[in-house]
Design a protein around this ligand. Structure first.
Ligand SMILES: Nc1ncnc2c1ncn2[C@@H]1O[C@H](COP(=O)(O)OP(=O)(O)OP(=O)(O)O)[C@@H](O)[C@H]1O
Ligand SMILES: [Mg+2]
Length: 350
């Protein structure tokens, strides 16, 4: 396997008395060594649940019901084994070693991810000692080194601070230090800069990029912000209603998008030259409520190109390769004899 991670047909469902929420409903993507995959999509499309499935940190009401999460797990110099994280026991030795050691995660809100009752240093030391055979003193020294590496001034003094004593930007840096202290091969960043102001956001993204190069890490960055995708990603997975609807390298996503949902997302970005006072375009309609089952393509109720009898019936369209490393889940792109130009004489849905 040449990729660090390959997710295939992943399904993660929540079970409630009222019904089933198909939060992740057949997700496919891969992450290449030392590259960044961006995952983008509107709120509720399953981005965080996908990340929680990889880390095996799902709420108790959720379970992985199908699919594979193949991880290239490094087990020694030049040696690795493939582990299916979808099937492994979440409390097994291997998973404890991977979670926080080989794969680390940072979150949108460091205030909730960091403990309020332990110092930053105590949390750093704990993370280090869990994965590395070091003495307490060595762990402390490594912790201080990590804090200065992520750009926290006077790291030695800050080591004993509590998270509430740090500004938002410094807290996010501290969380990155904790995530990277065991030199993971994959960093999952779930909306890492959404809570920060624009200047700090740019600094944190730059820091992640610098450390990625230094540590030769892969990064999976989750965001609803296409600006972040443009800055960070090599490849992009566009998610809608628990599925990947388009996958390609970042240039293709921005310059040659094929899925009507990707195109709509791109049209909704504010442009520098948008006249003041002009309303921003937003995508028509909203994501259907989570319990609703939509036949056919999950995007068809909001799609201007949807064809009655084709897009609103049957199974959701499969993610198919239309060009090398460009995959789309839209029958208008993948089914022979149907083109967007050729639908004028066919009844459009709605
Ligand atoms: N703890 C939970 N209990 C019940 N349902 C949940 C839970 N977490 C997520 N879901 C449901 O799973 C679906 C996917 O949620 P998820 O958090 O992955 O979305 P997201 O893409 O990360 O959205 P956002 O951009 O708002 O973070 C949603 O329909 C959500 O309601
Ligand atoms: Mg989320």
């Amino acid at each position: 396997m040449e990729n660090v991670l390959e997710v295939k047909g992943l399904k993660t469902y929540f079970k409630f008395d009222e019904g089933i929420v198909r939060a992740v409903d057949g997700v496919d993507f891969h992450i290449k060594p030392q590259q960044t995959l961006g995952i983008v999509g509107e709120s509720g499309c399953g981005k965080s649940v996908t990340a929680q499935s990889i880390m095996r940190l799902l709420p108790r009401t959720a379970g992985i019901t199908d699919g594979e999460i193949l991880f290239q797990n490094p087990i020694g110099p030049g040696q690795s084994e493939i582990v299916d994280l979808a099937k492994i026991d979440e409390e097994s030795r291997t998973m404890l070693d991977i979670r926080g050691g080989k794969i680390a995660m940072i979150f949108q809100e460091p205030m909730t991810a960091l403990s309020p009752v332990h110092s930053i240093g105590a949390q750093l030391s704990e993370a280090i000692l869990l994965h590395q055979a070091l003495s307490k003193r060595e762990a402390r020294n490594l912790g201080i080194e990590m804090l200065s590496k992520v750009g926290i001034p006077r790291a030695e003094e800050r080591f004993d601070d509590f998270s509430y004593q740090l500004s938002g930007g410094l807290r996010q840096r501290a969380m990155i230090a904790i995530a990277l202290c065991n030199r993971p091969v994959l960093l999952i960043a779930d909306e890492p800069t959404t809570a920060l102001d624009v200047t700090i956001q740019a600094q944190i993204l730059r820091l992640i990029k610098e450390l990625q190069a230094e540590y030769a890490m892969s990064v999976m960055i989750i965001t609803h912000d296409l600006g972040v995708i443009a800055k960070m990603a090599n490849e992009v997975a566009v998610m809608y209603r628990g599925r990947v609807v388009e996958f390609a390298d970042v240039d293709t996503i921005f310059h040659n998008p094929k899925h009507p949902y990707t195109r709509a997302l791109l049209r909704s970005i504010p442009k520098v030259d948008t006249p003041r006072g002009e309303r921003l375009l937003s995508i028509r309609g909203t994501v259907p409520e989570p319990f609703a089952q939509v036949p056919g393509c999950p995007f068809h109720p909001r799609c201007d190109l949807a064809i009655d009898g084709l897009c609103n019936v049957g199974d959701p369209p499969a993610l198919e390769e239309i060009q090398l490393n460009h995959k789309v889940a839209c029958v208008l792109e993948t089914q022979d004899g149907i083109t967007k130009e050729g639908i004028a004489d066919v009844n459009a849905v709605h």
